[in-house]
Design a protein around this ligand. Structure first.
Ligand code: G4P
Length: 525
């Protein structure tokens, strides 16, 4: 039987992130094709919401509810067990993506060669930087006209604050795209649309005249010049730097044409980290520890009203998770065992007996779990890095059917545990305020309250700029602030103090007037 160490070393758990339309779904699908996990293109359902309407979102969620496997796609490639964690592309669900990023060991960022670094990518990479997550960049759509390679690297460095190190380099683009030179393996990879790999040639020395025969005189001259510049200007690849999140390898290709994907995957399994350590409030957890620990980073509701179960997604962080074994649910201070824990291979769910660090296990749940919950063999641990972000949109939520107030309260509580939105309760009058990142979250909450809990709610406007958590060592000043700002104070669902600033100016003046207080923009501090 393989040892825990062997199991850990062959695992790679990562997410593909992109601004919507960058090519995340296409690249994921091609990776699965190489892994033999799916047989035909088109098998991965895009989770992107084209029309930005609730019904569209709910339709997708329903499909996904039936086949939750799309949330995690596991496959084997060479000697590795690979888990790709799916992330919603729509910006209104960015928080869901942020939380998923806390459960991965590395990420691949897809960038559209024509559009360059877009807004959503900036935000997602910022979250990666908070944890020093190693990042590989894939510049996609080289079969289209786009930005110059060097300009793009400058843009990545500036906007994403990543130090780049190209490991492949494009030869032309758009109609003149001839392929890439793989700087890592010293191979010329000639573009042949829709073939499995393109046409790969060993090419240790691009100064040899053979190069002209393959790509023509002009392209050969340009490539030699550009490779010389790369060698002079960019740092050479250093795995330690990459693993520390300080150096990002860059690849170029065209996912839709299968081009550049295999070399990305081959390099990925070689350099990307196997499961890494995790921070808890108490101590650092090493994956090689014998005792099992893990945390819930996502909860997926089952959309079928006949089955009210939810699935909690647990990231195994250390030791071996075993079926039918009692584990401590730290927050609830009680032991629970699971008879049907599930793992997710690309197209199917399977009951597992043992799961190892890096694995994602689906636990059927009837309301026991919240995001961030920890399971251990008995030790009290609280995993860090699963913050709530300060919301950007706010509305009062009111009960629209007095006969159903219990259902509404239960629905709100459970959906907040799932991370659908954030709830704040005002100190002065106990009115409930829902905070979100985007409008669609309000609609989804309303829809789900109605369809899953039979409760009706209505929203009323509230003018707020930001909600931030406040703390201070100076308890007298903190109490004074809470008293003076009583109208703008609320509690979050963990009963922490939250200041509701009406405008940027009010926030700034509060910060100036109370230098003893700390204003936090994520819930983790
Ligand atoms: P996303 O998940 O990041 O949102 O992106 P997705 O993979 O859905 O790709 C967005 C669009 O870009 C799709 O076209 C896809 O076919 C196209 N695309 C992906 N990779 C490449 C590439 O290498 N070259 C070119 N030229 N296009 C690429 P669509 O028209 O929006 O959707 P579809 O109707 O083709 O599915």
């Amino acid at each position: 039987m393989a040892s825990l160490k062997d199991e850990i070393e062959k695992r790679r758990t990562f997410a593909v992130i992109a601004h919507p339309d960058g090519g995340k779904t296409t690249l994921t699908e091609k990776l699965l094709l190489f892994g033999g996990a799916i047989q035909v293109a088109g098998a991965v359902k895009s989770n992107k919401i084209k029309k930005s309407t609730t019904s569209d979102f709910m339709e997708i969620e329903k499909q996904r509810g039936i086949s939750v496997a799309t949330s995690v796609m596991g496959f084997n490639y060479r000697a590795c067990n690979i888990n790709i964690l799916d992330t919603p592309g729509h910006k209104d669900f960015a928080e869901d993506t942020y939380r998923t990023l806390t459960a991965v060991d590395s990420v691949i960022v897809v960038i559209d060669v024509a559009k360059g670094v877009e807004e959503q990518t900036e935000k997602l990479v910022e979250v990666c930087r908070m944890r020093d997550t190693p990042v590989i960049v894939f510049v996609n759509k080289m079969d289209r006209e786009g930005k110059d390679g060097f300009d793009l690297l400058d843009e990545i460095e500036e906007k994403l604050q990543l130090t780049t190190c190209p490991l492949s380099w494009p030869i032309g683009m758009g109609q003149d795209f001839k392929g890439v030179y793989n700087l890592y393996q010293k191979q010329l990879n000639l573009f042949a649309p829709n073939t499995k790999y393109g046409n790969i040639l060993e090419f240790n020395d691009i100064s040899l005249p053979d190069l002209e025969q393959h790509i023509g005189d002009d392209a050969a001259e340009t490539l030699r010049e550009e490779v010389e510049t790369i060698e002079e200007v960019y740092p050479s690849f250093d795995r330690e730097q990459y693993l520390a999140g300080k150096l990002s390898p860059v690849f170029f290709g065209s996912a839709i044409n299968n081009f550049g994907v295999k070399e990305l995957l081959d390099c990925f399994i070689e350099i990307a980290p196997s499961p890494v350590h995790f921070k808890t409030e108490e101590r650092i957890i090493d994956p090689y520890e014998n005792k099992f620990s893990g945390f819930v980073f996502k909860i997926h509701a089952n959309m079928d009203p006949r089955h009210r179960d939810r699935i909690a997604f647990l990231r195994v962080c250390s030791g071996t998770f075993q079926r039918n074994t009692n584990y401590l649910h730290v927050r609830k201070e009680k032991k629970i065992k699971f008879s049907n824990p599930t793992t997710f291979m690309a197209s199917k769910k399977e009951v597992v007996d043992n799961a190892y660090p890096g694995d994602i296990v689906g636990l059927y749940d009837s309301g026991n779990f919240k995001i961030g919950d920890t399971l251990t063999e008995g030790e009290v641990l609280h995993f860090k890095g699963i913050p709530s972000f300060s919301p950007e949109q706010f509305k009062y939520i009111e009960n629209a059917n007095p006969m159903k107030s219990k259902q509404l309260a239960k629905g709100i509580r459970q959906l907040m545990d799932e991370g659908v939105a954030q709830l704040f309760t005002k100190n002065t009058n106990n009115r409930k305020i829902i905070g979100t990142v985007g409008q669609l979250q309000f609609e989804v909450l309303q829809y789900r309250l109605k369809h899953e809990y039979g409760a009706s709610c209505r929203y009323e406007p509230i003018q707020l700029y930001k909600a931030c958590w406040i703390t201070s060592d100076n308890t007298a000043k903190l109490s004074e602030f809470i008293r003076k700002k009583a109208n703008y104070m609320a509690k979050d669902k963990e009963d922490r103090d939250v200041y509701l600033a009406e405008s940027r100016w009010m926030l700034q003046s509060a910060q100036n007037d109370y230098p003893e207080l700390e204003f936090h923009f994520t819930s983790e501090f």
